[in-house]
Structures are given as C-alpha cells and as structure tokens.
Design a protein around this ligand. Structure first.
Ligand SMILES: NC(=O)c1ccc[n+]([C@@H]2O[C@H](COP(=O)([O-])OP(=O)(O)OC[C@H]3O[C@@H](n4cnc5c(N)ncnc54)[C@H](OP(=O)(O)O)[C@@H]3O)[C@@H](O)[C@H]2O)c1
Length: 179
C-alpha cells in the first residue's frame, strides 16, 4: 500500500500560517475540521508546534521532528528527518501520515507531500511564518468547499499531479500560495 503524505494547514490569503507564535485565528469550525481529519492518524509535527499542542493528542501517534537527541515525547517518538517519519509510517503499514506544521516542518515535508488540505482564511497577515510556496502545476484541485460556521474560510483539497499528467482547464483557477 502506498503512503499518503498530507499537509494540513490554515493559511492566510497572503500565504502565512502564524504571526510568529500560535495560530493567528480562533476558528472553532476549523479546529473541528482539523480534529475530524486527523482522528486516529499518525502525525508529523515540529517540536514548537508539538509543545503548543501538548495534551491534545488522544488517539493520534505524534512523530516529533527535533534535532535534540535527548528529546522524547511521552507519546509517539522523536524523528530527526521527515524521511525518517515517512519510513516509519510505511514500515507500520499506515495508509497516511498527516503533517501538522509548523512552518519549518511544512517546508521539510512538502517535497514528500501527496495531498494538501488547506483552510484558506480570507484575511491578509502581511508578515509572519509562511506556508511554503506551492507550484500550482504540480497539484490538482480536487475540491473547494465552504466551511460551515466559518464564513471567512474555504477548504481546498489538492492531490499531487502524476508526473506527465495533463492539466484540466479547472486547475488554472488555483493560485499558488505567495507572500
Ligand atoms: N496555521 C496553521 O495551520 C499552523 C499549523 C501548525 C503550526 N502553526 C504555527 O506555526 C508556528 C511554529 O512553526 P515553526 O516553524 O516556528 O516551528 P515548528 O516547525 O513547529 O518546529 C520547529 C522545530 O522543529 C525542529 N526542526 C525543524 N526543522 C528540522 C529539521 N530539518 N530536522 C530536525 N528537526 C527540525 C526543531 O526542533 P528542535 O529545536 O527541538 O531541534 C525546530 O526548533 C507556531 O506559531 C504554530 O502555532 C500554524
């Protein structure tokens, strides 16, 4: 079975995920969407995001990216590269690993990603931590849906395009994420 590597993020209209600390929006509907999508799955997080989410992990298996060999999360385990996390998930026959940020970890995992689940928040932040630039040519927009309870949000689901696959006219609507 091949592994789906999903990046899930809430991203501002100008491509930012944070003003530097914490998620910049208080969006209960998006938190519910995040909980629903990640339930029971293996997650990959940077140590900063992991520390912010401490106590949140229930039926998840968190793999925490850290360069500190002495760091050991009470649940899940430390990994030193995104590749190591992917290899562990494959060895455990997981169907999916969900990359939950932050900015450094999205950048490290994007080359491996096969799926993007983006909450596009209709607000500009002007500065902060960015979601990495995405080349629209590499991705196929599967769906764009409103998020009930969040009028400023829409959920985009993208799948990585197979090498050599053609573009459909609908895909030209997808703007790459830019600062
Ligand atoms: N909007 C969203 O959807 C969303 C989602 C998640 C997070 N966020 C926000 O993003 C912010 C955190 O992002 P961040 O970029 O500062 O931190 P981060 O990506 O969560 O974690 C950074 C840490 O990960 C480890 N790390 C990073 N690159 C590594 C590599 N190549 N190899 C090994 N370890 C590596 C390092 O840990 P050590 O220092 O232990 O070595 C580093 O300090 C928070 O404000 C959070 O709220 C937003």
């Amino acid at each position: 079975m091949s592994l789906t590597v999903t990046l899930i993020a809430a991203v501002s209209a100008d491509g930012f995920i944070s003003r530097g600390k914490g998620v910049p929006w208080d969006l209960p509907a998006d938190r519910a969407h995040f909980r629903s999508y990640t339930a029971g799955k293996w997650l990959l997080l940077g140590r900063t995001t992991y520390e912010e989410m401490r106590g949140w992990f229930r039926d998840h298996t968190p793999l925490v990216l850290s360069r500190d060999a002495g760091f050991q999360p009470p649940k899940g385990r430390r990994v030193s590269t995104a590749r190591e996390a992917i290899d562990l998930a494959v060895a455990s026959a997981q169907p999916e690993i969900v990359v939950c940020g932050g900015a450094q970890i999205y950048a490290a995992a994007l080359p491996h990603a096969t799926r993007l689940i983006l909450t596009r928040v209709d607000e500009r932040l002007a500065s902060g931590l960015s979601f990495p630039l995405v080349n629209a040519d590499d991705w196929h927009v599967v769906s764009t849906d409103p998020l009930e309870g969040c009028p400023a949000c829409r959920i985009e689901h993208l799948e990585r395009r197979d090498a050599g696959a053609g573009r459909s006219s609908a895909d030209t609507r997808f703007p790459p994420l830019r600062r």
